[in-house]
Design a protein. Structure first.
Length: 94
């Protein structure tokens, strides 16, 4: 069975790699949901909704998916990932 369907109803924190800017710098988006299938469709523009950030920086890959037991745990995980990916510098392609 597909992983996305197995996660429905669970609290999930995810990180998306988004299209790089004109200088090749990568962008990340970290979010939280209980319905991965719907949320990814929103971010990809296949459904109404989604983050404004993903409208201007289209997602190209899922970097990580973490299942949390509580909303509080998810909020902490989302903050930790947001901070760590903000400080993460990846080499740009030549």
């Amino acid at each position: 069975m597909d992983l996305v369907h197995n996660l429905k109803g669970k609290i999930v924190v995810y990180c998306l790699e988004c299209e790089p800017d004109a200088e090749g710098r990568p962008f990340r988006y970290v979010g939280c949901t209980t319905n991965c299938e719907r949320r990814m469709a929103e971010h990809m523009g296949m459904k109404e909704g989604g983050a404004a950030w993903c409208k201007s920086h289209k997602p190209v890959d899922v970097i990580s998916v973490r299942v949390c037991n509580t909303k509080e745990e998810a909020a902490v995980m989302e903050t930790m990932l947001s901070v760590s990916y903000t400080h993460l510098t990846l080499p740009t392609k030549a």
